[in-house]
Design a protein around this ligand. Structure first.
Ligand code: ADP
Ligand code: ADP
Length: 225
């Protein structure tokens, strides 16, 4: 069954059509990557799925639920942005726990989740630190941890590695892939980096001028002519 389903999604800002004719079904557990030039509509699609934007027309389903009019906080999706956006006054453990506390998980479950997430992302030894005592790569791992701690149905990432230097980007990319293999959360990932798309994607959606140009497996999209 599809975990995320977009049916003819369109988003207009005044007289600018940001995206239109956007239709696809993502099967449960797959990792899909949206690529295309700046301004082609990648972020608009991701933000619409997150509930941070509202589609002008079309239908959006998460699981079997029509979520067009469901607010972001009730959609069971988690999003990670380019700039980690951690809470500076909280420790790593408190940052990871934040969404669980907000949702009134019991303290024992929170503690278990924090420990498990920290182990998956090699953050065990950093739990008591504040964000400013961490490298950029470590901060982004905390942001990933905070997003997955509540086990969302759908994980959305908007260029999560683009602020990292080359080595950290490679390491974090590998960790992200491992995390996905471990947890199997349906993931939608925006990038303009071909290596990221090639190594992470089950399917790549190529966008251009707000429309889908092609959907395919990485080897089909990036096949040599
Ligand atoms: P990408 O993420 O691929 O760079 P975006 O989804 O950010 O593309 O933008 C797609 C198009 O929609 C662009 O033409 C952009 O200028 C326009 N757009 C996005 N957000 C807004 C907004 N809030 N108001 C007006 N136009 C917007
Ligand atoms: P990206 O390249 O990641 O899409 P942008 O700088 O294009 O980032 O957009 C950042 C934010 O500004 C997004 O929230 C987007 O919706 C908004 N935005 C993009 N284009 C416009 C625009 N023409 N007018 C108003 N807001 C815009």
């Amino acid at each position: 069954m599809a975990k995320v389903r977009l049916e003819d999604i369109k988003r207009r800002f005044n007289n600018v059509i940001a995206v239109e004719d956007i239709t696809f079904d993502i099967p449960d557990g797959e990792f899909w990557v949206l690529v295309g030039p700046s301004g082609c509509g990648k972020s608009t699609i991701l933000r619409t799925i997150a509930g941070l934007e509202t589609a002008t027309s079309g239908n959006l389903y998460i699981g079997d639920r029509l979520v067009n009019n469901i607010p972001a906080r009730a959609r069971d999706v988690a999003m990670v942005f380019q700039n980690y956006a951690l809470y500076p006054h909280m420790t790593v453990a408190e940052n990871i726990a934040f969404g669980l506390k907000m949702r009134k998980f019991d303290p024992k479950t929170i503690q278990e989740r924090v420990v498990n997430v920290a182990r998956s992302l090699s953050l065990d030894h950093l739990l008591d630190r504040k964000p400013k005592q961490l490298s950029g790569g470590q901060q982004q791992r905390v942001a990933l941890g905070r997003a997955i701690a509540r086990k969302p149905q759908v994980f959305l990432l908007d260029e999560p590695l683009s602020n990292l230097d080359a080595q950290l980007r490679d390491d974090t990319r590998a960790e992200l892939k491992q995390l996905h293999q471990q947890l199997g959360i349906t993931t939608i990932y925006v990038t303009h980096d071909q290596v990221e798309a090639m190594t992470l994607a089950d399917k790549i959606v190529v966008l251009n001028g707000g429309r889908i140009q092609q959907i395919g497996e990485p080897q089909a999209i990036y096949a040599l002519p």
